[in-house]
Ligand binder design. Structure first.
Ligand code: SF4
Ligand code: SF4
Length: 356
């Protein structure tokens, strides 16, 4: 297993200091030391020095990270466990050491176009409406639904296209094997389709993240303007295309770590919720948010991911939240699975639709 100089520096510089330990949603769910950035860096530092083998146990540990970036945000010395964890996944792929569960997901992706092995969702209509592409993404097509979002865009008079055969953005490949040649090829294929449009509105932050960050980093050109659905929706309200009435109801935003940390986008969800009602914040919000779910990891460690979602409900309850509002498909699905009876869960578009 070969690490780049940059990763070697970050692995070696991580002080194994415990300081970020409390912000790890996976470590908090399992209660295990092995699930902290500190323990992962320690294991990889031994692999890096050839003191131990890059064994199945260390590789599994590398896949027990959600890449949510909580530790990175909290690290006062500025080290980046997400970077070296992704590189360790790439290393496992290049060394032919991928765990069975990762191989299964990759083979599903090859056969069905999604890692879940789901058949094509025939309920999604094809809409040929113009040079704005509404991109639903793999998680939504395979595991969720964006019907209300589609209807809302139509109500706002947005001319948009929805593809029956949408390309995969490469988000799941990036999560599983990082910057492998296959990931880049998938992203290049997607970029070719995106470039037929002037604007791409990403329903799921996960797709927006790779299009706005990894494509750029790896020199994959996207000429289309990429925006998140949340930002697009906030602009529709601001421009008066969706005339919402303030219901006075209290809403608590669940900041998606991808939106809040990777894309540094925290204002649009609050703009929308303030237009529709009153914002009631959780203690850990914006860049300090906690992950509430990951559908990829739910494939191989479902009990832990359910506990992650339950923990976020616990945070919401402590903030006296009544209605938790999400913008991420994965988080919505996991929160729905674990929802306490006395609390409400809404997607951002549902909040808007109810206030029209
Ligand atoms: S990532 Fe930073 S805060 Fe976390 S253990 Fe390493 S040095 Fe400490
Ligand atoms: S990236 Fe997230 S899941 Fe991974 S070690 Fe850091 S805080 Fe934990």
């Amino acid at each position: 297993m070969q690490f780049t100089k940059k990763s070697q520096e970050h692995i070696d510089s991580c002080r194994f200091c415990w300081m970020c330990h409390h912000v790890c949603p996976i470590g908090n769910a399992t209660g295990l030391e092995r699930n902290t950035a500190r323990a992962r860096a320690l294991g990889l530092s031994l692999v890096m020095r050839d003191s131990i083998e890059y064994s199945d146990d260390i590789i599994n540990n590398v896949y027990e990270c959600s890449l949510c970036g909580g530790c990175m945000t909290d690290c006062v010395t500025g080290w980046d466990p997400v970077m070296f964890t992704k590189e360790a996944r790439l290393g496992a792929a290049l060394d032919g050491k991928l765990p069975e569960y990762v191989m299964t997901m990759l083979s599903n992706l090859n056969e069905k176009g999604n890692i879940y092995g789901a058949d094509k969702n025939e309920n999604i209509p094809e809409i040929n409406g113009g040079d704005t592409l509404f991109f639903l993404g793999e998680d939504t097509r395979a595991k969720s639904c964006a019907k209300t979002a589609v209807e809302l865009l139509q109500k706002a008079g947005v001319e948009f296209t929805l593809l029956k055969d949408e390309p995969n953005s490469g988000y799941s490949m990036d999560f599983l094997i990082s910057a492998a040649a296959e990931t880049k090829a998938m992203m290049e294929n997607c970029a070719k389709v995106l470039n037929n449009y002037k604007k791409v509105v990403c329903y799921d932050p996960a797709d927006a993240k790779v299009m706005m960050r990894e494509y750029k980093e790896w020199g994959i050109e996207v000429k289309a303007e990429v925006v998140t659905f949340t930002r697009f929706l906030a602009e529709l309200i601001k421009d008066g295309k969706l005339a919402v009435k303030n219901s006075g109801k209290e809403f608590t935003p669940q900041d998606s770590p991808i939106l809040a940390r990777d894309l540094e986008e925290t204002a649009p969800i609050r703009d929308i919720l303030s237009a529709c009602g009153v914002v009631n914040e959780m203690l850990l919000n914006r860049a300090y948010t906690m992950l509430a779910g990951n559908l990829i990891m739910n494939e191989y460690m479902p009990n832990v991911i359910e506990k992650v979602a339950e923990n976020r409900w616990f945070n919401a309850k402590n903030a006296n939240a009544k209605v938790l509002v999400t913008t991420s498909t994965a988080e919505y699905e996991m929160l729905l699975k674990t929802k306490p009876e006395d609390m409400e869960l809404k997607k951002i578009e549902e909040v808007v639709a109810e206030c029209l």
